[in-house]
Design a protein around this ligand. Structure first.
Ligand SMILES: [Zn+2]
Length: 465
């Protein structure tokens, strides 16, 4: 007993290992983020004072002005707007839909137009329904069974996948290409089950493409809530002759001028090596885009502020990039990469946060094995913060166009279980973001940025010999 007490005293009073500089830096970053973070206040403004920020909207412009002003206020070396032309699509008046079991006997169901869809005819569209589990079913059915009807894509997300992003990838082709494909068989329109694991009443929008379908042959596309999809499917099983009615008056306008917002701290030792951290400033219009991707925007802004506030002077040039138009065009990401290439800028590291403001678990990397091994060497540093997921895989849509063999691309990976409850829907709102979880994400990003800045990437070391 006495020995144990003595040992305990010894353990408490004599540190076996003195804290390394890196441990101290990470501790300081997390402390600062959790006691004096700015991300949540910024998100409050973006979400509650501005709201949904669809490309080309007044709100998107307000978000540009607001974030630029905030970046100006944190004392960076340079803040600027990078011009980019973006598509402008507007939803118009709220969509309306019902299932008609018999003439006059109708049940309303919640729908929303998919982003980029054409409108229905003025009086709406009413037709019989044919249900499919995916694009591959169209060929089996053939023109006979599809022409003149509304195709109802009803493949649900696979609940057995632990990464909900994997189950999202397994369904999203219905939303993205469903209308273009069904149009080839003469369908009159498409209704797509919302890409959401939960059964609820929120329709989830998202981008879609008509591919090379001529304008005159484009058919309207809408998402139906998961509960609506279940009801429609059951009703259809009971009576295959039911009709579906929907009306939407969305419209595509000419491209308009917009901007990426960029802020920079010049590197003290290797100013020509550029590291970027970012998220996308635009969002869908149904909610206020708090998780997608207001969270990533404010976390990225706070990365630079935290690093500055801790008195750390980056050796490499550190940029925050708030990309415009990730949701329906990726114009901002493409423009940033195009300008970087034309200026022959040397990007060595890019990190994106675009998977929600939930509790961070780690990062995924798109990089060489050597660079990935370097990251694995830092795992222990992240352990106290319960950051344990370091995997190879995707990074982020906006930073993707920068990809080269040497660049380290990374994506913050928060817990993904609740993300698709909110994704692209009316309930992607501020109250669903937890302040502490958001701040932990910012600190986790800042920590990785600090480590890559201090040690460089394998490639940047090779360049310097
Ligand atoms: Zn996003």
């Amino acid at each position: 007993m006495r020995t144990i007490v003595l040992m305990a005293i010894f353990l408490v009073s004599t540190p076996f290992f003195s804290q390394s500089d890196d441990e101290k830096q990470l501790r300081a970053i997390y402390d600062k983020a959790l006691t004096n973070g700015k991300a949540y206040d910024w998100l409050n403004h973006l979400s509650n004072q501005i709201g949904g920020r669809l490309s080309g909207s007044i709100q998107a412009q307000q978000a540009i002005d607001y974030t630029k002003k905030q970046l100006d206020s944190i004392g960076l070396d340079r803040v600027w707007l990078q011009p980019v032309m973006v598509p402008k699509w507007v939803r118009g008046t709220p969509e309306f839909a019902y299932i008609e079991t018999k003439p006059g006997l109708t049940t309303n169901v919640p729908i929303c137009a998919l982003g980029g869809s054409v409108a229905t005819p003025d009086g709406g569209l009413k037709a019989n329904i044919v249900e499919v589990q995916g694009i591959e079913d169209l060929e089996k059915l053939g023109k006979d069974k599809i022409a003149g009807k509304i195709v109802f894509y009803n493949r649900p997300m696979d609940p057995t996948k632990i990464s909900t992003f994997s189950s999202y990838s397994g369904c999203v082709d219905q939303r993205y290409s469903g209308a273009a494909e069904a149009g080839k068989y003469g369908a009159a329109g498409v209704i797509v089950r919302s890409v959401n694991l939960r059964l609820d009443d929120y329709p989830h929008t998202g981008s879609m493409s008509y591919g090379d379908t001529p304008v005159s042959k484009r058919i309207p596309a809408a998402a139906i809530s998961t509960k609506g999809a279940e009801l429609l499917s059951t009703t259809l099983t009971l009576n295959p002759d039911i009709k579906f009615y929907f009306k939407q008056n969305c419209k595509q306008f000419d491209d308009v001028q917009s901007y990426n917002v960029i802020g920079e701290i010049k590197g003290s030792t290797y100013p020509n090596e550029i590291m970027i951290v970012g998220g996308h400033l635009d969002s869908w219009d149904l909610g206020d885009g708090s998780h997608d991707d207001g969270a990533g925007v404010v976390q990225s802004m706070d990365v630079l502020r935290l690093i500055k506030a801790n008195g750390y002077k980056p050796k490499r040039t550190l940029r925050v990039v708030l990309f415009m138009n990730e949701e329906n065009g990726l114009r901002g990401g493409n423009k940033y990469a195009e300008v970087a290439k034309s200026k022959k800028e040397n990007h060595v590291f890019a990190l994106e946060s675009d998977a929600g403001g939930f509790t961070p678990r780690g990062f995924s990397f798109d990089c060489t094995n050597e660079n990935f091994d370097q990251v694995l060497g830092w795992e222990k540093l992240f352990e106290p913060y319960l950051i344990h997921m370091f995997v190879k895989g995707g990074s982020g849509a906006d930073i993707g166009p920068l990809k080269t063999d040497d660049l380290v691309l990374a994506g913050l990976r928060p817990d993904s279980q609740r993300y698709f409850d909110h994704h692209h829907a009316e309930n992607d709102t501020f109250e669903h973001v937890n302040k502490r979880e958001l701040e932990l994400g910012a600190a986790t990003m800042a920590s990785l940025v600090y480590l890559f800045d201090k040690y460089g990437t394998i490639t940047s070391k090779k360049i310097k010999g």
